[in-house]
Design a protein around this ligand. Structure first.
Ligand SMILES: Cc1ncc(COP(=O)(O)O)c(C=O)c1O
Length: 450
C-alpha cells in the first residue's frame, strides 16, 4: 500500500476534479485542496486512484462491495448476462434473471411467503415500503428515529430529522412523520467514558432513557394515524448505533398494538454486514417489511422491498400502480443473484474472522489506554460485525471527519458517521481480515497522536 504522493504540481486527480466542478451541481461532491481522490480501478480491498496511489477500502464504497471489488464470480455473471440481455421490460415483459432473484429473496428472508418490489436505489425501495404501508393500513403518517437515514428521495426524506438534508423542503415533508429520540445504550467497550453522565448524553447527543423513548413512541401511535414505524435495526449513517437489547421487540409490540406496520431498513445492515445475514437475526424480531439495497446488486444498482403483505396492492390490471423503467433490470438481477448466493455461501467464513477483528480492536483499546490523549478524548466502540465505529462522544462536531481525511493521506478510505460527524466508521468488504483492521487502527492512533 502506498500513501498519497504530496507534490506541488497539479495532480491527475486535481485536474479531473477541476473539470468535474465545472459541470456537476456544486452541492454534490465536496472538493478541497486535498480531497477527494479520483478513483481509477479496484480489486479486493485495494482502490487505486488516477495518480497511481493505492488505498485500503474501509467503506466497501458505502457498504455496496460486500465481496470486495472485482470479485471474479460476479464479473463472470455480469459478462454472461450482458451477452444475453442487459435491459428488459420489467413490469411488462420480465426476464428469467428477475424471477431467479425474487425466488432467492423469498428463500432467504424470514417471511412465510415473501413477495418483493424491486427498484434501483435504497431511497426508491424505501418509497416502495412507505407506499405499501399506506396501501396496507390506509394511513399516511410515519414514525422514525432520530439519527436514522433512509435516503433522500421525497418519501424517505420526510423521515429525516437532519436539517442538512431537509433544509428548503420543510413545507413538503411537514406533518408526514414523527421523529422519536434514540435511546441511551451502554457501550460494549469504552475508555474514559466513566465521567460522562446521562445528562451529558441527553444534552449533547439527544439520547433519552428507554422508558421515555417508548412513552413518546406510544404517544405517537395512539392516534392510530401511523402507517408504519420505520427503523434501521442498527443505525448506519447515524453512527453505527445499536439499540438496547430487547428494544426492537418492544417497538414491534407497540406498533402492532396500534395497527401500524414495522419496517426494517436493512439497506446498509443486510446481507452479512453485521456478521449475520440480516441485522434482525441478532434480536430475532421479524418486521412486516424488510428493505434491502447496497450489497444486494453486487455493485450494480438494485434494491428491494420484501414482505408478506405485498398482496394488499391487488393484481395489476395492465397498469402497475408502482413501477419504473428499470424495475427488475436483467443485468442487475443476474449479478445480484450471484452476489447474494456468494454472501450466503461465505458467511460462516466471514463470521469466524470476526474473532480476529475483535482482537484488533482489543489491541487498539489497550494501546489507546497507554496514550495521554485518552483522558481528554474518551472513546467507545459501536456497531456489530463489519459495521463498526469508534465514537468520540466528548469531541467537537466533525472530529471523525478530520481523522478520516488524515487517514486518506495514509492510504485508508474511511467515512465519518453520526449526526455530529464524531464517529469514525468502518464498513469494509466482508473479506477484510484482522490484519487489515490492525493496519487501519494503528494509523488511527498515529493520527490521534498528532
Ligand atoms: C440505511 C439506509 N437506508 C437508505 C439509504 C439510501 O440508499 P440510496 O443512497 O441507495 O438511495 C441508505 C444509504 O446510505 C442507508 O444507509
Amino acid at each position: 500500500m502506498m500513501a498519497r504522493k504530496k507534490t506541488r504540481k497539479m495532480t491527475e486527480s486535481q485536474r479531473w476534479l477541476a473539470r468535474l466542478q465545472k459541470v456537476e451541481s456544486p452541492d454534490v461532491t465536496y472538493v478541497s485542496e486535498t480531497f477527494p481522490i479520483m478513483m481509477k480501478k479496484a480489486r479486493g480491498m485495494k482502490i487505486t486512484d488516477v495518480d497511481g496511489n493505492s488505498y485500503l477500502d474501509f467503506t466497501a464504497c458505502f457498504g455496496v462491495m460486500a465481496l470486495g471489488h472485482g470479485y471474479p464470480r460476479l464479473q463472470r455473471a455480469m459478462r454472461a448476462q450482458a451477452a444475453k440481455l442487459v435491459h428488459g421490460m420489467g413490469d411488462v415483459h420480465p426476464s428469467a434473471s428477475k424471477v431467479l432473484l425474487l425466488e432467492l429473496l423469498a428463500r432467504i428472508t424470514p417471511f412465510d411467503s415473501a413477495k418483493s418490489v424491486l427498484s434501483l436505489s435504497g431511497g426508491e425501495a424505501m418509497e416502495s415500503a412507505l407506499k405499501t404501508a399506506m396501501v396496507v393500513t390506509g394511513r399516511h403518517q410515519f414514525v422514525s428515529f432520530s439519527g436514522g437515514y433512509h435516503g433522500l428521495h421525497f418519501g424517505p426524506l420526510a423521515l429525516s430529522d437532519r436539517t442538512t438534508f431537509t433544509r428548503g423542503f420543510e413545507p413538503w415533508i411537514q406533518d408526514k412523520n414523527v421523529v422519536i429520540p434514540f435511546p441511551f445504550t451502554q457501550p460494549s467497550r469504552s475508555l474514559g467514558c466513566e465521567e460522562l453522565t446521562e445528562e451529558f448524553y441527553r444534552d449533547t447527543h439527544g439520547l433519552q432513557h428507554w422508558d421515555t423513548v417508548l412513552e413518546k413512541l406510544e404517544d405517537a401511535l395512539r392516534a392510530r394515524r401511523i402507517a408504519a414505524v420505520v427503523m434501521e435495526p442498527l443505525q448506519g449513517r447515524g453512527g453505527e448505533r445499536t439499540w438496547p437489547s430487547g428494544f426492537l421487540s418492544h417497538v414491534k409490540k407497540l406498533a402492532h398494538q396500534y395497527g401500524s406496520l414495522l419496517v426494517f431498513d436493512e439497506i446498509y445492515t443486510g446481507l452479512g454486514r453485521t456478521g449475520s445475514l440480516f441485522a434482525l437475526d441478532h434480536e430475532g424480531v421479524i418486521p412486516d417489511l424488510l428493505v434491502l439495497g447496497k450489497a444486494l446488486g453486487g455493485g450494480l444498482p438494485l434494491s428491494a422491498c420484501v414482505g408478506d403483505c405485498l398482496d394488499a396492492w391487488g393484481r395489476s390490471g395492465g397498469e402497475a400502480r408502482h413501477t419504473s423503467t428499470f424495475l427488475g433490470h436483467p443485468l442487475a438481477c443476474a449479478v445480484g443473484h450471484a452476489s447474494v448466493n456468494e454472501i450466503v455461501r461465505r458467511l460462516p467464513e466471514f463470521k469466524s474472522e470476526l474473532i480476529e477483528v475483535e482482537r484488533s480492536f482489543s489491541k487498539f483499546f489497550d494501546e489507546y489506554e497507554q496514550r495521554e490523549f485518552h483522558k481528554e478524548n474518551p472513546v467507545q466502540l459501536r456497531g456489530r460485525g463489519y459495521m463498526c465505529g469508534l465514537w468520540f462522544p466528548a469531541s467537537a462536531p466533525g472530529f471523525a471527519a478530520k481523522i478520516s481525511e488524515q487517514l486518506l493521506h495514509l492510504g485508508f478510505i474511511t467515512l465519518p458517521s453520526g449526526p455530529r460527524g464524531d464517529v469514525l466508521s468502518f464498513t469494509p468488504p466482508l473479506i477484510a481480515r484482522g490484519k487489515e483492521f490492525d493496519l487501519v487502527l494503528k494509523a488511527v492512533l498515529q493520527v490521534l497522536a498528532k
